[in-house]
Write a protein that binds this ligand. Structure first.
Ligand code: NAP
Length: 475
């Protein structure tokens, strides 16, 4: 595939000729090289976007919606090719890559519909004709992580385009190919040149160029809390609008009335997707003491049965972690927990599938974990399940909320009083009750506290890309 930057109608290499390697995390084989771009390539991409904005903002929302729907169809038609690119550079099993592409495609019709339905309003003021309009914010930027490189991009791109905005995209260094393939396909499907542009490279120079250019009016970022803070500081000068989808540390509470089959189903679904490298994946399992032993036994058993290997092989449940740093963090967290009194119910070692890298930690269930341990306050981002028992609901909710993050939270219960309590008190932007997959394109997705602000999905995602303008006329 052509891996050059996408700038307007042009494909451009890095001006200074530098390149970055994209490696398969399962084998360390070289998959491709991409431009290691800097401020000048970024400026050209902003130029292309700013120029495209002058036409795109005037295209009626219904026509923009048509383009988005054609793009969604193209994604579905090209799913196999995109899934194999995604698995190759990211490592996840092909079935998960296919699901990611379907999930990504589902944002396009949702945004298209919202773009058409968000209408001008009138406010009734005697003696005046007051209109409240929505205008696209203008040139935006999308900075995306490596864990869901197509889905995280579609979540940003679809609402931006539906609102009439244009975008400069900086994909993650480890997974740039999926973003390039996604945009390439969009342009083939009829998105006008310049509406979406891609610049690959190391983050500092590109990020700083985006922050410094006053034509960029919004950055939509998914990634770590630390980089989110950096963008917030850097965006202060231009009073940049930001949507920050940052790290999480989701609790999962298994209440006393929980059905155990359901609890295991929710835990397995929410925890092991993408080998645990998922921002909404549970990091702390709080289990009522009466269910604790049975829950641990069944979770340990189910986790041990997951198959590790290359994502493109049949029957594989867990691909590799993205790199050696990610693997080291998993083992640091396990070692720290053990040193502070935790015990291993299952896993704890490496799988080492023959011929592959050593980035396949065993799915691990840890007992007797608690707030003093690193895994209780830092995202492990791997297949580790720290478990703790509790005796009453009060204690469970207090422990669950003992985190600065607030992205997702889970509860397993059918008790209406508990469900209301969770909805009211759990510090999380997305709450799954008996639901291990609460993120769908038509509902708002985003966090509170150190997990950031802003929402993606549904009309909420489109509203993030609009400015509200008042026109007050005296007739
Ligand atoms: P990261 O280091 O923050 O990187 C995310 C993106 O930001 C990458 O494209 C990265 O580029 C770029 N970046 C890094 N430093 C930058 C800078 N100074 N200026 C501009 N851009 C910069 O996060 P990650 O480790 O890749 O991703 C994992 C994190 O993302 C986890 O914390 C996870 O919870 C979070 N996440 C959150 C959500 C959500 O919706 N809330 C979803 C998925 C992931 P390079 O790749 O080139 O470094």
């Amino acid at each position: 595939m052509n891996t050059a930057n996408i700038v307007g109608n042009d494909r451009i290499p890095a001006i200074e000729g530098r390149e970055l390697q994209v490696l398969d995390p399962a084998t360390d084989e070289l998959v491709a090289t991409v431009p290691d771009s800097g401020p000048e390539e970024t400026r050209r991409a902003i130029d292309a976007a700013a120029s495209a904005f002058e036409q795109w903002r005037l295209v009626p929302p219904s026509e923009r919606a048509e383009v988005l729907l054609t793009f969604a169809d193209a994604l579905k038609t090209d799913r196999e090719r995109l899934a194999s690119i995604l698995t190759r550079e990211q490592g996840k099993p092909l079935a998960e890559s296919r699901a990611e592409i379907d999930y990504a495609a589902s944002f396009l019709p949702v945004a298209a519909e919202a773009g058409v339905e968000i209408l001008e309003e009138r406010v009734d003021i005697p003696g005046k004709d007051v209109r409240v309009l929505q205008r696209p914010v203008g040139v935006t930027a999308a900075i995306t992580p490596w864990n869901f490189p197509i889905a995280m991009l579609a979540k940003k791109t679809a609402p931006a385009m539906a609102a009439g905005c244009v975008q400069v995209i900086k994909p993650a260094e480890q997974t740039p190919l999926s973003g390039i393939a996604f945009v390439e396909l969009g342009l083939e499907a009829g998105i006008p040149p310049g509406v979406l542009n891609v610049v690959t490279g190391t983050p500092g120079p590109i990020g700083d160029a985006l922050l410094a250019d006053s034509r960029v009016r919004k950055i939509s970022f998914t990634g770590s809390t630390e980089v989110g803070r950096h963008l917030m500081r850097g965006g202060a000068e231009n009073l940049l609008r930001l949507s920050l989808e940052l790290g999480g540390h989701a609790p999962m509470i298994v209440f006393e009335d929980a059905d155990l089959d359901r609890a295991i189903e929710v835990a397995m679904k929410a925890k092991f997707r993408n080998a645990g490298q998922t921002c909404i994946s549970p990091n702390r399992f709080l289990v009522h003491h009466r269910l604790h032993d049975a829950f641990v036994e069944r979770l340990a058993d189910a986790a041990s049965n997951l198959v590790s290997g290359r994502g493109d092989r049949d029957g594989v449940d867990l691909g590799p972690l993205i790199d050696d740093v990610a693997v080291a963090k998993v083992f640091d967290h396990i070692d720290d927990a053990l040193a502070r009194g935790a015990e291993i119910a299952s896993g704890g070692g490496r799988r080492n599938p023959p011929g592959l890298t050593d980035r396949f930690p065993e799915p691990t269930v840890l007992l007797n974990t608690g707030p003093g341990m690193r895994c209780w306050h830092e995202e492990t981002f791997g297949p580790v399940c720290p478990v703790r028992s509790f005796t009453d609901d009060e204690e469970a909710i207090e422990l669950a909320n003992r985190s600065d993050h607030g992205l997702a939270g889970y509860a397993v219960t059918d008790d209406p009083v508990r469900i209301e309590r969770i909805a009211r008190d759990l510090q999380a932007g997305i709450i799954g009750v008996n639901d291990g997959a609460p993120a769908v394109a038509s509902v708002p997705f985003g966090g509170i506290r150190h997990s950031g602000f802003g929402r993606e999905g549904g009309r909420w995602g489109v509203l993030e890309h609009l400015e509200t303008i008042t026109v007050s006329r005296i007739p």
